[in-house]
Design a protein around this ligand. Structure first.
Ligand code: NAD
Length: 476
């Protein structure tokens, strides 16, 4: 079946199409998806521009109702949507189900935000004058998302954008159009007016510059790689659009000598290899103190032997395949470089299963140093490295020595050590006795340095990006 773009209330074929393939079974085609060209991208921006004032003029309660309905529909159809997600992205059914529920919860949360009055009312410094500070929509927002959370990331951008009265042009990642297509359908069925949300599927390198560089676009919210992020920033800033970038991570997980080792090993396995390690919040650098280093590695190797790599839709599978051939090649390349720089490898082997797919066993690289390539660059696959340190001082210094700054974690039973880590970490999010991955939807999400740019996403902070303030002086 051909799935078309949705622009200005119409389903339109593209000039070309892409084929969505299941990474667990390369012979299984999910469908064909239209690819928008530059002209359709412009059409989508025009449609959003003309629909936005009407959408913003609706009472917040009317917008809330639509978002709330969509959120509940996502949850009601969780099994069906999780199956599609697992099939096109390769995360396990359990992980996919969690993501669908999360997307639903995000829409329900932001439905509430649409009716909460965020204004302020103050006395002026001038007698007899009052000041009202209100928040208005930014206007037209381009939303560009990566492949690794095909529903949750679009949800956490589109929901607040719509809640606050913006119109959206949505470009999902080329690898995962099916989840995006279903999400748009659910929002339309929930009652979204024509032109308020436009879906343009296709290659970012072909339509990205139009979607970010057009003067009618007032804001761009992007999640993806640092390289693409830089380009998006330059293009959007060329016409002074507001920009929000969420990019990569090289997240440290520190394990101290007094840690509950069962919990630390379970947390490291989940943090590093959950979602096949394809998470910006993955615990990719495991920083372990000398006192328990060797024991921790033995325990990790045992635990990784229990990971069941297989078809994402099989109930027994605990780690799905890598998303595509080029990501698999990148994972193998980083493993090779790490070994050539002196790391010792366990796992990291290509696996054969009943159907042809991109199967890789979890790779643990030990004996690594923080200056080595494997600890400087994001792999974005089931690959973690271990760095030995003497104590908490060195652990904190190694944890913070990175170009990124998304999330950081520590396993310890010492309140003092945890407190010090929390204060001295230079990441945007800190986890104590938890993996670096795994975040809530009602609190700010984001990092520092090369991981993020612009206001935080999610929770109440989302409104800072999707609204602009108006200050009104009134003499009564
Ligand atoms: P990517 O940068 O290749 O693509 C991201 C999106 O940008 C896609 O929709 C792509 O089509 C689009 N794009 C490509 N070229 C463009 C251009 N010139 N202009 C505009 N858009 C363009 O990233 P990816 O491979 O899809 O995702 C993996 C990356 O995403 C990793 O680096 C990961 O860390 C990051 N990520 C970050 C977060 C976070 O919140 N920090 C979350 C998930 C993923």
């Amino acid at each position: 079946m051909m799935h078309r773009n949705y622009i200005g209330g119409q389903w339109l074929s593209g000039s070309t199409a892409s084929v969505d393939v299941n990474p667990s079974d390369l012979g299984d085609v999910i469908g064909e998806f239209a690819r928008a060209d530059a002209q359709q991208a412009e059409q989508a921006i025009a449609a959003a521009t003309s629909a936005q004032p009407g959408w913003a003029a609706l009472p917040g309660a009317a917008r809330a109702e639509i978002l709330d309905r969509a959120g509940h529909e996502l949850i009601a159809r969780a099994d069906e949507l999780a199956d599609i997600l697992a099939r096109e992205e390769g995360k396990t059914l359990a992980e996919s189900l969690g993501e669908v529920h999360r997307a639903g919860q995000i829409f329900i949360f932001h439905a509430g935000e649409a009716v909460r009055n965020p204004g302020e009312f103050l006395d002026s410094v001038r007698p007899g004058v009052e000041v009202l500070i209100g928040r208005e929509p930014v206007g037209v927002v381009t939303v560009i998302t990566p492949w690794n959370f095909p529903l949750a990331i679009p949800a956490w951008k589109i929901a607040p954008a719509l809640a606050h009265g913006n119109a959206v042009v949505f470009k999902p990642a080329d690898l995962v159009p099916a989840s995006a297509w279903h999400l748009v359908n659910i929002l339309l069925d929930a009652g979204l007016p024509e032109g308020v949300l436009n879906l343009v599927m296709g290659a970012g390198r072909e339509i990205g510059d139009v979607l970010t560089g057009d003067r009618r676009v007032n804001a761009v919210s992007f999640t993806g790689s640092a390289t693409t992020g830089e380009r998006v920033l330059a293009s959007a800033q060329s016409h002074s659009a507001r920009v929000q970038l969420e990019m990569g991570g090289k997240n440290p997980l520190v394990v101290l000598g007094d840690a509950d080792l069962d919990a630390a090993v379970a947390g490291a396995v989940e943090g590093a290899f959950g979602s096949t390690g394809q998470r910006c919040t993955a615990s990719s650098r495991l920083i372990v103190v000398d006192a328990i280093h060797d024991h921790f590695i033995d325990r990790m190797r045992d635990a990784l032997r229990d990971v069941v790599v297989g078809d994402a839709r099989h109930r027994a599978t605990t780690m799905g395949p890598v998303v595509d051939e080029s990501q698999l090649a990148q994972d193998l390349r980083y493993i090779k470089v790490a070994v050539s720089q002196g790391a010792e490898l366990s796992g990291g082997e290509l696996l054969e299963r009943a159907t042809p797919g991109h199967y890789l066993s979890p790779a643990l690289l030990t004996g690594t140093h923080n200056h080595q390539t494997i600890n400087r660059e994001e792999v974005f696959g089931p690959v973690a490295s271990v760095i030995r340190v003497a104590d908490l001082d060195e652990a904190i210094s190694v944890a913070n020595d990175t170009e990124f700054g998304l999330t950081a974690g520590i396993y310890t039973q010492s309140l003092a050590a945890a407190g010090r880590f929390r204060r001295e970490s230079t990441a945007g999010m800190v986890m104590v006795n938890l993996p670096t991955a795994g975040v809530d939807y009602h609190v700010p999400f984001g990092g520092r340095r090369g991981s993020s740019f612009g206001p935080r996403e999610q929770g109440r902070d989302a409104r800072d990006f999707y609204t602009t303030t108006k200050t009104c002086y009134v003499r009564g």
